[in-house]
Write a protein that binds this ligand. Structure first.
Ligand code: R5P
Length: 286
């Protein structure tokens, strides 16, 4: 087995390779003078089990084309089996045509990645589709960071109150709360635009509590900012935001911290708060 890393996942890929006691190699990725992608495998892949680790942030569009080119090239060069590990799989939120004429990105992305023999990801955004098999033809494996988040919460909080900021977040917030025997509240969110949401915290009793808001993705941070503001007003002792995939666009991390929240994510995307390591979960699955 050789573990190849795309630009976005070099640290994580190295960790996975160490755990698997496998060779590690970074894909050579450059741009031709006109901006077209140049990609090269720097180690022999013929008859090898090839694993390509490439998360979909930053530069999700490039990450997709890098993944596709890498998988196709490995196959053409005679790899025995090609697994794409996309710790954060992008394009999953555009899971329907919200407006006439729109591209339904999740299906098209899956159609390209079907070139791999297997696609592995962590906590994909499954909302209007229930399973990866609804969009992928190739073999897929959906891993979860829930156990790691449970351990993190248990280690750091005595009597936490887990909050899911919207109805989809029950997959993480409710499940985690049940496993650690914590109180859970799932809020309702109305999204107006990609940067405007409305969330109302109705429950009482947050006064003096350590509240942990859990969601799959923090992108602009608005989904977290709304409840933090209200929970703080209600007298919560502390508010921690935990996500699996920390994109933190538009200075989200700064805004969340300014609002007085602690922020933690896994390292499916490397960022300054990616303290929860998913390398073990991925290497076990491999
Ligand atoms: C979508 O519903 C996801 O689960 C997240 O809640 C969402 O992507 C977060 O986006 P933002 O941080 O921009 O509010």
């Amino acid at each position: 087995m050789i573990i190849f890393a795309g630009e976005n996942s070099q640290e994580l890929a190295k960790k996975i390779a160490r755990k698997k006691k496998a060779q590690y190699s970074a894909l050579r990725i450059r741009s031709f003078p006109d901006g077209e992608l140049y990609l090269r495998f720097m180690k022999e892949v013929k008859r090898k089990e090839v694993v390509i680790v490439q998360t979909f942030f930053p530069n999700p569009n490039k990450a997709l084309i890098v993944s596709y080119f890498a998988v196709k090239t490995a196959k053409e060069l005679g790899a025995k089996k090609v697994t794409l590990v996309a710790p954060y799989l992008g394009f999953m939120r555009q899971d329907k045509r919200f407006h006439k004429g729109e591209c339904q990105s999740n299906r098209i992305m899956a159609g390209l990645l079907d070139a791999a023999d297997r696609v592995i990801t962590l906590d994909p955004h499954l909302h209007r589709i229930a399973s990866m098999d609804e969009i992928f033809k190739t073999k897929t494996r959906k891993l979860s960071a829930n156990k790691l988040i449970e351990e993190y919460i248990k280690k750091n909080y005595k009597d936490p109150w887990v909050v899911g900021p919207d109805s989809e977040s029950y997959q993480w917030a409710r499940t985690i709360a049940e496993h650690i025997d914590a109180h859970a509240t799932i809020l309702r969110k109305k999204r107006y635009t990609s940067t405007k949401v409305r969330i109302l915290v109705k429950d009482k009793g947050f006064k003096g509590k350590d509240v942990v808001i859990v969601d799959d993705i923090i992108s602009t941070g608005h989904t977290m900012l709304e409840p933090i503001k209200q929970l703080k007003k209600m007298g919560a002792k502390s508010v921690t935001c935990i996500c699996i995939h920390g994109l933190f666009v538009h200075d989200a991390l700064k805004k969340l911290k300014k609002m007085g929240a602690k922020v933690v994510s896994t390292n499916t995307i490397e960022n300054p708060v990616s303290k929860i390591d998913v390398a073990g979960v991925i290497s076990e699955a491999l």
